[in-house]
Design a protein. Structure first.
Length: 559
């Protein structure tokens, strides 16, 4: 059963480097009203002669009603505050209803809240520390004999269940530095027609902090909307930009802008089927067909076959059967474990049985030791043919090497935040711009998402600051299922293992438990998840696991 896991998304716990400036202002999208319901639950306005405590409680409850720019919530405020209060500035996600505490002053009420997470004006979701609380004082005053709130911070307060009713996750589209792949950047906003404008504004502001330097935008830095909103006309979202964008771009860049907007907006509302780019209200001449032909790859697919180990040799496994890999020769002397395969299925890598050597072999007969270390993690190929592994000794070191040139030199990737951590799993996303990392320290596991910064020639140089992803259970291995889905588990040959599918857009699904699983493979989506159970290879079939082969070990899809 799918359940909303608000903590599955985001963000740098305790990190102040995530952008919080550049507010998204309120916009008037009344022309789009009715295209998608944004009313939410219908809150009640203030009761006559309500006490300060009752007015504050009513204001909090009114945060679920976004209709007419939160008109009901504003009715609890003084006229002066009502005109300046910004409900979109911050959302506090609470685990329970706030506690309203009286103070010595009749006109001041204190709120004590158990905070689960916050969402800022850029749609960035941040997990709160476990057990986090926040207190704030709300000041009231009499207006025509009735108590109204005269001072309260911008933003709304929602319990977890109400947050799930009001907000949705949306993916901004950025590019990898080669403009080959679309890289998603997930944000959270109140659902409804106003979300179109919000998404364009934050897209123009650039990526979340953990993706800075790992992705690029087609829009010149500092680009802003030329209009207060993004109207939808005959199914097309019309995005009006200033003249400077035209003056500073060529035709190819404009096509990339259009593709970036289309990747962000099309399908967000049922009414959006295309995007029209304008400069000062005049349509920009872009060949939509040419733009579509140059659109970035989204949801890169992996080949159906997997690399595996059978009787100490590498094989290709598919559909219950396997075959030798032509051209690579025997690797049995190395006692290979944890193999990996490039996307073109020409290069392969594996660890020695003591996990101290990373070796590679190719269908052209090239073979050699890539790297020697301690407790190395399973290797991973990125789409640009770099081979990755991490030292699992507790040093927190990440290494890459050019897959096409065994012995061509190993590059240490800078990742200061990983130093001193024990890395148990490292897998590169299919766009090559992100790394999925598991660390286990002092018995506590953590799942991280980090951007990959590269040199101009594509050499990986740095892992950006990390994005923690909360899991329901301890984990020690993780693999990709697509652009925004991963599957994780705590591999063990002794304990019951419960794999978990996590979506960066906020959903989680626990899969059927297995009495011991030591290897995990993920293909194209949630129906292509494989486990090694002893000598048996299991595949997910709906709510259970089906035995596919015996003696086919350590399978892995490309990547």
């Amino acid at each position: 059963m799918l359940v909303l896991v608000l903590a599955a998304l985001l963000l740098l716990t305790g990190c102040s480097s995530i952008p919080t400036s550049g507010p998204v202002g309120l916009s008037n999208d009344s022309g789009n009203a009715g295209q998608q319901n944004q009313q939410g639950p219908a809150p009640s306005g203030p009761q006559e002669n309500g006490s300060p405590q009752a007015i504050v409680q009513g204001f909090i409850r009114a945060g679920v009603g976004s209709a007419d720019e939160y008109a009901v919530a504003r009715s609890y405020l003084t006229p002066a505050l009502s005109s300046t209060w910004k409900p979109d500035q911050r959302t506090l996600v609470l685990s329970s209803a706030p506690r309203v505490v009286t103070t010595p002053s009749a006109s001041t009420v204190r709120l004590v809240m158990a905070v689960t997470a916050t969402v800022d004006d850029q749609g960035i979701y941040r997990n709160a520390a476990e057990g986090a609380t926040e207190s704030l004082d709300v000041t009231l005053q009499k207006v025509d004999g009735q108590w109204r709130i005269g001072k309260v911070p911008d933003g709304i307060m929602l319990q977890v269940r109400d947050f799930g009713l009001l907000f949705d996750a949306y993916s901004l589209a950025f590019y990898d530095p080669t403009y080959t792949y679309a890289v998603p950047d997930v944000r959270w906003f109140v659902r409804g027609p106003r979300v179109t404008t919000s998404l364009v504004r934050v897209l123009l502001n650039g990526p979340a902090d953990y993706l800075k330097g790992a992705v690029v935008s087609a829009f010149p830095e500092g680009t802003t909307l030329n209009t207060p909103s993004v109207p939808i006309v005959s199914g097309a979202a019309e995005v009006d930009l200033p003249q400077q964008v035209l003056d500073s771009s060529d035709q190819k860049q404009r096509e990339r802008m259009l593709n970036q907007l289309s990747g962000t907006l099309v399908g967000v509302l049922d009414s959006i089927s295309s995007v029209r780019l304008l400069i000062n209200q005049r349509p920009l001449d872009i060949d939509a067909g040419e733009a579509a032909r140059s659109a970035p790859v989204k949801e890169k697919q992996v080949p159906a076959s997997q690399v595996a180990v059978v009787r100490d040799e590498l094989v290709l496994y598919q559909g219950g059967g396997y075959r030798p890999i032509d051209g690579i020769g025997s690797v049995a002397a190395d006692k290979p474990i944890d193999p990996a395969m490039s996307y073109d299925q020409r290069r392969f890598a594996y660890l020695s049985s003591d996990r101290r050597r990373l070796l590679s072999t190719s269908t052209d007969g090239t073979r050699g030791t890539v790297f020697t270390g301690t407790a190395l993690t399973r290797p991973s190929f990125d789409p640009f043919d770099w081979l990755w592994t991490a030292d699992g000794s507790g040093a927190g070191l990440v290494h890459t090497a050019p897959a096409a040139r065994p012995g061509g030199g190993v590059n240490e990737v800078s990742a200061p935040w990983l130093r001193g951590r024990t890395i148990t799993s490292l897998r590169l996303s299919r766009d090559g711009a992100r790394a999925l990392i598991v660390t286990v320290d002092d018995g506590k596991s953590s799942l991280w998402l980090s951007g990959v910064r590269r040199a101009a020639d594509g050499t990986p140089r740095e892992l950006t600051s990390a994005l923690p992803i909360r899991t329901a259970h301890p984990v020690n291995t993780a693999v990709w299922l697509g652009d925004t889905e991963v599957v994780v588990m705590a591999a063990s040959d002794k304990s019951t293992v419960t794999p978990e599918v996590l979506s960066l857009s906020g959903q989680s699904q626990e899969l059927a438990p297995v009495r011991g699983a030591t290897s995990l493979a993920g293909g194209n989506g949630t129906q292509e998840i494989y486990l090694q159970y002893g000598q048996e290879l299991l595949v997910r079939v709906d709510t259970t696991w089906s035995n596919q082969a015996t003696g086919v070990l350590d399978t892995a899809f490309a990547g």
